[in-house]
Design a protein. Structure first.
Length: 445
């Protein structure tokens, strides 16, 4: 029985989502923590979740249940999440550099991203495996508790209500993507083997997936100003002063620490996510969209991040000469290809029995002991981001078909971003993997 106003509930859900996001930032940075559900606890209770069952046939009921389920997970895992964040910030792992240092898991991961390659990267990777192994028991406990909470709500997984199609269908697309790209992956691994600077195959693949091989010819200073100058229509189209300011500050106010294809692509991805998160909409519409894991914003993120896969973008935006632009397109395609296969592995790798077969196919060899079975087990949004990746290819083709290849310069495309949302509610599995397979085959030919 519903004994509360739905408009008030929608408003409280929006407030709670913002507070939970801010709490996650505070945990990550070691800032003072706070109670995100103070005064609005009902948005994260089983009682509210069950009360909304009577509205399950309506868009609001389905969306509200999806949001409440995610907020309930966040509330019940608060204490454990704080402990994990503290452990990840603790400087307890030795990194065997020329000048050895004690570092936290977060700092080690950042060091790996910014490593110079070779022995420097290997030292960070070895430390990363050891540090990840230390927090693995806590992460496994979190995964178990997350599943237990879902089962109490009558769900088979923590994200069941937040996904637009069944888990089995999502996992089937990841399986098919890996299968359809197997021959291309073997060729890329052979090419990588001829020039890899590290002895570990998994490390070589991870470095490739973050674009360490393409570190020249990009904007030297990636700042929000560059985005406004390069995408003047997009940069101002959807940043709503009220709802978008926090998202813009959170995502655009932290430019990558090092330029290069990896940081450049991630910067564009964050820009797209910001556009998606900043859409001005009423509280009820936000709830009815039933997208608590942010599939739509992530879809726009992938659309923007895929721009450097086009030669036109390199010529018109980055001013690259023809040969240099073609080389960069291929480098970024390699980065995106390895990253996509790692993402598919993340979707499937939670199944312990599948890891022994998947790891050599994706990473060229089994993962080190500290990572095998322990990474990545705590990725709440892996399936949601995979759906966004699949959907992005269709959205990308739709935009190009409507506004041509230079759509990012078109003010009408900005209006499209303003009024259009990628379809989230869908009963059938998207076939975006076939489009991405074609794209990778063309760019890596």
């Amino acid at each position: 029985m519903i004994d509360f106003d739905l408009t008030d509930l929608a408003k409280e859900i929006r407030v709670a989502r913002g507070r939970v996001a801010d709490l996650e930032i505070a945990r990550r940075l070691g800032q003072p923590l706070f109670e995100p559900f103070q005064g609005i606890r009902r948005v994260a209770t089983k009682t509210t979740f069950e009360s909304l069952k009577s509205l399950e046939s309506t868009a609001f009921g389905r969306g509200a249940r999806a949001h409440v389920a995610q907020l309930l997970q966040a509330r019940l895992l608060q204490e454990l999440d704080a402990e994990i964040a503290t452990e990840m910030r603790a400087a307890e792992t030795r990194v065997d550099l020329d000048a050895p240092l004690q570092a936290s898991l977060r700092d080690i991961r950042q060091g790996l991203l910014e490593s110079r390659g070779g022995a420097h990267a290997e030292a960070y990777f070895d430390a990363f495996a050891r540090a990840q192994g230390r927090v693995a028991p806590m992460l496994r406990e979190r995964a178990e508790r997350r599943l237990e909470i879902a089962k109490r709500l009558g769900q088979g997984a923590h994200d069941e209500l937040a996904l637009p199609l069944p888990r089995a269908a999502i996992e089937a697309t990841a399986t098919q993507f890996l299968k359809d790209t197997e021959a291309l992956a073997e060729a890329q691994l052979q090419e990588l083997g001829k020039r890899r600077e590290v002895s570990s195959w998994p490390l070589a693949c991870i470095l490739q997936s973050i674009g360490k091989s393409a570190d020249h010819g990009w904007p030297a200073h990636l700042q929000p100003r560059w985005l406004h100058e390069t995408f003047p229509h997009l940069a101002t189209a959807r940043i709503d002063p009220k709802t978008g300011e926090a998202a813009a500050r959170r995502l655009l106010g932290r430019p990558p620490l090092r330029a290069g294809s990896s940081s450049f692509v991630r910067f564009l991805y964050r820009f797209g996510v910001t556009l998606g998160e900043s859409v001005p909409e009423r509280d009820l519409a936000m709830v009815e969209r039933a997208d608590p894991l942010g599939i739509a914003p992530c879809t726009w993120g992938v659309v923007l991040a895929s721009l450097p896969l086009e030669r036109l973008f390199h010529r018109t935006v980055l001013g690259s000469m023809r040969e240099k632009g073609q080389a960069h397109v291929r480098e970024i395609a390699q980065q995106a290809f390895f990253a996509a296969r790692v993402a598919a592995f993340t979707v499937l790798g939670a199944h312990a029995g599948a890891r022994s077969e998947l790891e050599p196919r994706v990473f060229g060899a089994r993962l080190p002991q500290g990572l095998g079975g322990n990474w990545p087990v705590h990725d709440d949004a892996a399936r949601a981001r995979w759906v966004a990746f699949l959907r992005a290819h269709g959205e990308r083709e739709k935009i190009v078909g409507t506004f041509d290849e230079d759509w990012f310069r078109n003010p009408r495309a900005a209006e499209y971003f303003l009024v259009c949302e990628p379809l989230v509610v869908q009963s059938e599995a998207p076939e975006g993997w076939t489009g991405w397979v074609r794209t990778f085959e063309e760019r890596l030919a």
